[in-house]
Design a protein. Sequence first.
Length: 188
Amino acid sequence: MKQHDLTNKTIAILATDGFEQVELTKPRAAIEEAGATTHIVSLKPGKIQGFNHADKGDQFEVDRTLDSVTASDYDGLLIPGGVHNPDALRVDEGAVHFVREFFRQHKPVAAICHGPWVLVEAGVLKGRTVTSWPSLKTDITNAGGNWVDQKVHCDEGLVTSRNPDDIPAFCAKAIEEFAEGKHAEQTP
């Protein structure tokens, strides 16, 4: 029996070209192994390009586009990192709105590495404690968040991690929070 069962839950994975491949594939596999359905939600239909650091990785089929879904369709949100992925998402009004809605609906959100850049733009970090790739520290602090250098940090349903080395801890905590469901203190 699984410790945290995600059966009957659907998790959105918000990504576009330039995501760090392992930050999508490993959490997705863990979430699906726990019983959830996942959808890659992106800015455009077709395929998106993964990266292994600076080298092109595989392409992945987009399951849904942002204009065809709402946060109400999902039980939680995963945002992989990679420099290009969150940078492109944070300048897209639809992506930022989609992220903000998870917080308004008190749903769990998990973001790794550069993924919290989208959270900065969504204005959901004020008073929150998060971790990320170290170069985001100033952006997070300027957005009113408290940055910590930890493998994984959870703040009322918001799970964050620093880099691919943290994926096992990130996956375990994200699955736990997705299983718990809504958190009253998970607000924008």
